[in-house]
Design a protein around this ligand. Structure first.
Ligand code: PEP
Ligand code: MG
Length: 688
């Protein structure tokens, strides 16, 4: 046995690059080489990068190097050399200088207000879950082989990436991939995963995830900032192996206090996985105003910017970040001056917000006495508080499909019954409109629905229910039973014509009779149709005769009427809520409801936008449902207008030829009639 005390002299300590050099050196020797802190507080196997990094040895740390075996002398001499060399300190410093993060700025679409200073939490585009499967003894070997094959594939990919990076950026900059390779080759890591597979009878994906998460949580506790951030390297490697295995992605539950979620795109299932109590903001590369990321962020009152292009590629977990959704700006690695500026701004905003009145509740009356009902759209229990806090008149749209976001499997009748009873209780005497699962499209349920070439035009919403009747039957039974606890109505999503309504009604009425014969307690429910596709608008008079209410979904109406994918930032400029065709469709639908003497609730995002809510009233709407936090502002604006003015402006808008013309008209008219109600920012922005 040979021992030697060495000191870490390089500026960043035993970080990924230095650790990689150390491990590569130790691995050249046959026998054991270990490192120990001289105070005995930690020891590491010098052949394992994970183990070396866990020493958290910063500059100045004294370590005892111990080698045992035939080549112990050579091993100690080699280690001594690299420590003395300071791990090529000069290039290290150079690297440090060149790698000093620069302030970088992105501009996107601010979809939920807020100004946040925080730290990046990168989230892989997780739409699927890593499931745990029980593996029989006889099949364990197969899982081990799958894991080894995935690790080999990930290794080949990394070697190729490293070679490319070396060629394009130079050796110094490719070091990080060397560290990734060592993580992957680390026996400690692969042994742990393989042991987990055999011991726990687990599938390979689950074992990789559990072991990876465990490792990440240990990293999260390291005091040294730089080393702690190496967690994102482990994250990348784990992700790569999971993708190599099956395309599944890792998930994160416990967010730090100041987490800003950065993702390429964030689907509802991923949001449902998070402990959003702590998420401060969301910044995504893709998405639009009515994408579900935006709707959820607004619902939860979290600041959000979408359509940022390539932020995800540049950000790393732990990076400092500013998210200013008022300006639609994201700043990565903000300088101290920038941080100071935004801190002051955030404090000023917090003060103004604290004084915003939110006490009124119930409907609102316009200056000329027209009563407008204000309800809440709800997706997650986390939004329930807002329904009361912002004085909503019950729940105008309960997006029930979000119940399926978390587990990724269908819920039983009992589980649904409990959830709907809770909603009925929350909604009180004004009741809740429960929409049948709107699965497919850009929504939740990717694990329940087969992937389709064109999901927005595929087996979405009512089409899914009519195809998978048992799912629909279970849901309507649960709703009708929960309706005994409080007022609930059923909304049929994405109705295209009377035929869809009749088929759904038949199923509902059969289940009603069954509940009766089973002597199960149930309450009365009305059945209504979402009007959100052009064919429904064009046959609205006929549909109105078959249902008891309309729900006007302007988000999908704009999407389908203008042929613009609501979640695609590349076509966001074509998503024009004030397009004359949209306004005419709204007017026509409201007119059909009036003629048939049934209520019509406008529940798309237009209703959440104060300026648009005025136009909706002008077009004849008297019942609006919106993100709970928007209620106070919509209330304030509607209380300040005369509905006859709104009607006259809406009538002029209907005569316009283009969305630009409508927007110009709205800006001009609103400014001159209601200068106190609208700031330039609350009106449609001028387009260049
Ligand atoms: C809509 O389409 O306007 C709507 C309210 O439903 P969702 O946004 O859930 O599709
Ligand atoms: Mg819709």
């Amino acid at each position: 046995m040979v021992e030697l005390t060495v000191t870490v002299t390089n500026s960043l300590g035993l970080h990924a690059r230095a650790a990689a050099q150390l491990v590569r050196t130790a691995n050249r020797f046959q026998r054991s080489v270990r490192l120990e802190r001289t105070d005995g507080s930690a020891r590491a196997d010098a052949k394992s990068i994970l183990s070396v990094l866990m020493l958290a040895a910063s500059r100045g740390t004294a370590l005892r190097a111990v080698a045992e075996g035939d080549d112990e002398q050579e091993a100690i001499a080699a280690l001594s050399n690299i420590f003395e060399d300071g791990f090529k300190e000069v290039s290290e410093r150079q690297h440090q200088v060149t790698a000093e993060p620069r302030e970088m700025k992105w501009t996107g679409l601010g979809v939920s207000e807020g100004l946040v200073l925080g730290r990046v939490l990168k989230l892989h585009n997780g739409t699927r879950h890593v499931y745990r499967a029980h593996i029989e003894d006889a099949d364990s070997e197969r899982e081990l082989k799958r894991f080894r094959a995935a690790a080999r594939l990930a290794r080949r990919q990394l070697l190729a990436i490293k070679a490319r990076a070396e060629e394009q950026l130079g050796k110094d900059h490719a070091f990080i991939f060397d560290a990734h390779l060592l993580f992957l080759e680390d026996q400690k890591l692969s042994n742990e995963i393989e042991n987990y597979i055999t011991r726990e009878h687990s599938n390979a994906e689950w074992a990789v995830k559990v072991v990876g998460d465990r490792l990440l949580s240990v990293y999260a506790e390291i005091k040294d900032d730089y080393l702690r951030e190496r967690g994102s390297d482990i994250e990348d490697v784990i992700h790569r192996v999971l993708v190599a295995l099956s395309g599944e992605r890792p998930q994160y539950r416990n967010l730090s206090e100041d987490a800003v979620i950065v993702a390429e795109d964030l689907l509802p299932s991923a949001v449902a996985e998070l402990d959003l109590q702590h998420a401060r903001a969301i910044a995504t590369d893709a998405g639009g105003w009515t994408s579900h990321t935006a709707i959820i962020a607004r619902g939860l009152g979290i600041s959000a910017i979408v359509g940022l292009g390539d932020l995800y590629q540049h950000a790393r977990t732990g990076d400092e970040i500013v998210v200013d959704s008022f300006k639609g700006e994201v700043i990565l690695h903000p300088s101290s001056a920038t941080i100071e500026k935004y801190r002051t701004e955030a404090a000023r905003l917090a003060e103004t917000r604290a004084t915003e009145p939110t006490k009124e509740c119930g409907s609102v009356r316009t200056q000329d006495g027209m009563e407008i009902i204000l309800r809440a759209n709800v997706e997650f229990p986390a939004e329930f508080d807002g329904v009361r806090k912002f004085g909503a008149q019950g729940i105008g749209l309960y997006r029930s499909e979000f119940l399926l976001a978390r587990p990724g499997v269908m819920l039983s009748e009992e589980e649904q019954y409990k959830a709907y009873s809770e909603v009925a209780k929350l909604a009180g005497t004004n009741g809740a409109f429960v929409r049948l699962f709107d699965l497919g499209g850009d929504k939740v349920g990717d694990s329940l629905i087969e992937s389709e070439r064109n999901p927005a035009l595929g087996l979405r919403a009512i089409r899914f229910g009519l195809t998978h009747e048992s799912v629909m039957r279970t849901q309507v039974r649960a709703i009708m039973r929960a309706a005994a606890k409080g007022r609930l109505d059923i909304v049929l999503p994405m109705i295209a014509d009377v035929g869809d309504v009749l088929r759904a009604q038949k199923i509902i009425s059969e289940e009603r009779s069954k509940l009766e014969s089973e002597r199960k307690e149930r309450g009365p429910v009305r059945i209504g149709a979402m009007i959100e596709v052009p064919s429904a608008v064009l046959t609205a008079e006929k549909i109105a005769l078959t249902v008891e209410f309309f729900q006007l979904g302007t988000n999908d109406l704009v999407q389908y009427l203008l042929a613009v994918d609501r979640s695609n930032d590349k076509v966001a400029d074509w998503f024009r809520s004030l397009h004359p065709a949209v306004l005419q469709s709204i007017a026509r639908t409201l007119e059909a409801a009036r003629e048939a003497n049934i209520p019509a609730i406008v529940c798309g995002e237009m209703a959440s936008t104060p300026a648009y809510s005025v136009l909706l009233v002008g077009l004849g709407a008297t019942d609006l449902s919106m993100t709970p936090s928007s209620i106070p502002r919509v209330r304030r604006v509607l209380a300040g207008i005369d509905s006859r003015d709104a009607s006259s402006i809406a009538a002029q808008c209907l005569q316009c030829e283009t969305a630009d013309e409508v927007e110009d008209l709205v800006r001009e008219q609103f400014n001159s009639r209601w200068p106190d109600l609208f700031t330039p920012r609350s009106l449609p922005a001028r387009r260049s």
